[in-house]
Design a protein. Structure first.
Length: 88
């Protein structure tokens, strides 16, 4: 199973949507709540090539993008392969 990381903020509908999709796939993920900013927010911006919106999703260290990008990968049938063979 791939290592999945997601940077989120409280009360973010897009974050909830991305987490719901990952959960429906049976994927465990590491969530970094950056609601209060701090060093993890700076880390996210650096890792994502300057993107400051949430969520920002990484699979095995590869930047996927936000909720819409994650959903697009799923619609294209590419997400399961990225997540590993045990994804639904």
């Amino acid at each position: 199973m791939a290592r999945v990381e997601i940077y989120t903020k409280d009360w973010c509908g897009y974050c909830a949507r991305a987490k719901r999709l990952l959960s429906e796939k049976g994927v465990d993920f590491e969530e970094y709540d950056i609601s209060l900013g701090g060093p993890q927010r700076i880390e996210m911006i650096d890792r994502s090539g300057g993107r400051a919106t949430v969520p920002q999703v990484f699979i095995d260290g590869v930047h996927i993008g936000g909720s819409d990008d994650l959903a697009a990968l799923d619609r294209a049938g590419k997400l399961d392969a990225m997540l590993g063979s045990s994804a639904a």
